[in-house]
Design a protein around this ligand. Structure first.
Ligand code: GLA
Length: 409
């Protein structure tokens, strides 16, 4: 789709960053001038919201568990201005992918495709009591689509923050929490992806040099020190280029298995289980559900151990936990795929301290924790592994933990 033309990968050629996040100030200027060309007036504001990777804590958000995502430097930029009628337009930076609708027709069933993420948020915000006017929005994304790096949450959160800015409201923590909810509703009810809120929360609350520990039981959060570069490490992100869509059945089926298991165990969410061993014994008659729930319990434990290590300044130490998370997602939760497994195995064989799929799975991206001086070796080995199998080249990025959604001008 032309909307995201800005994020084409360059082939790997010994230089790691195959997908440039761009300079935020320059990108803000670019999207502002596109806005002016299209609408004949300057935008009132330009905001940005980032994509993310999750360090650990996968498929735990909708179980009320813990997860530990961080923002990427790759973001979606949105230039916005109010209109004096009730029309909403959302246009790509390339101007040929345009949505137009009335404020009262942006809800479930009214909008489809990528526009559901943008327009759906305005619907969900109005449902939450926001008094919005019509507006023009021009978006430009540097977050690759379908890569499991939360391009959809980046669109939602940029539009949400843009709308709040137009409403003249300061985006403090309480407002951002409301926006997380609105973006989740838009994604579930308008776009049809029943996701768990981690992506929107990190897009709106991330800080540079930190990972966000999210407790999805009560939505409390804490910034956990995470600055791999300072420890001579790097987080390598590999977009497998294998297809990934959360509106397909696999994600929803996992979620339903967990909800059914919680019902059987007499709790609201799997997080509420006090005695995991007893709960697993109770589910022993259903092998699939037993496996899914075992992943949830063991992953929760891995997140806690990861956070303890990071709080103690031991970044190297988390490697084995990342790898164990991958194995659990592969074998118990069954959301990995051949490409993800090849990336993880190749990275580990080339000396990565740990590696795992990140995000929903079924394709998408993997992360590898590597020594800074080994990044090129791991990237080259992964590229070779792909080449040897005749697969299209993977997308490669290093990911310094970056800032969450913010106003740029
Ligand atoms: C996707 C969803 C998130 C989360 C992850 C798995 O990214 O959008 O809410 O459930 O999958 O951890």
């Amino acid at each position: 789709m032309r909307l995201f033309q800005g994020c084409a990968y360059r082939p790997y050629s010994g230089a790691m960053q195959t997908l440039d996040p761009g300079d935020p100030a320059a990108l803000a200027d670019e999207v502002a001038s596109r806005f002016e060309q299209l609408h004949g007036r300057p935008p009132q504001a330009v905001v940005a919201a980032p994509g993310r990777v999750n360090l650990i804590g996968e498929h735990l958000d909708y179980n009320g568990g813990l997860c530990l995502p961080m923002a990427l430097p790759h973001a979606t930029y949105a230039a916005v201005a109010a209109r004096d009628d009730d029309v909403v337009t959302v246009t790509s930076g390339q101007a040929d992918d345009r949505f137009e609708g009335r404020l009262d027709a942006l809800g479930p069933g009214d909008v489809s495709g990528w526009a559901a993420y943008a327009a759906g948020v305005l619907w969900a915000m109005r449902e939450d009591g926001w008094d919005l006017t019509g507006c023009d929005v021009v978006v430009e994304s540097r977050v690759p689509v379908g890569a499991g790096l939360s391009s959809s949450a980046a669109i939602e959160c940029s539009v949400a923050l843009g709308a709040v800015t137009l409403a003249g409201v300061e985006a403090d923590g309480a407002v951002r929490s409301r926006l997380v909810r609105a973006c989740m509703r838009a994604e579930a009810e308008v776009a049809g992806a029943p996701t768990g809120g981690m992506d929107q929360a990190v897009a709106l609350f991330a800080r540079a040099e930190a990972a966000l520990l999210l407790d999805c039981r009560d939505w409390s959060m804490r910034q956990v020190p995470w600055a791999p570069a300072a420890a001579g490490l790097a987080l390598l992100v590999v977009d497998t280029r294998a297809s990934h869509a959360l509106t397909d059945g696999g994600y929803g089926a996992r979620r339903r298995d967990c909800e059914d298991a919680a019902r059987r165990l007499g709790v609201e969410l799997l997080r509420d289980v006090d005695d995991p061993q007893a709960a697993l014994a109770e589910l022993a008659d259903d092998e699939r559900v037993h496996q899914r729930v075992r992943h949830v319990f063991t992953e929760l434990d891995r997140v806690r151990r990861t956070v303890e290590l990071l709080d103690a300044g031991d970044m190297d130490g988390i490697g084995p936990l990342l790898t164990a998370s991958h194995l659990s997602l592969r074998d118990d939760y069954e959301v990995s795929c051949e490409e993800l497994d090849v990336v993880v195995e190749t990275a580990l064989d080339t000396g990565a301290l740990g590696a795992r799929m990140t995000g929903g799975g079924f394709g998408g991206s993997a992360i590898a924790l590597v020594r800074a001086d080994a990044v090129e070796d791991v990237a080259a080995a992964v590229s070779d592994a792909y080449d040897g199998r005749g697969w299209p080249a993977p997308g490669l990025l290093t990911a310094p933990p970056s800032a969450g959604a913010r106003r740029l001008r």
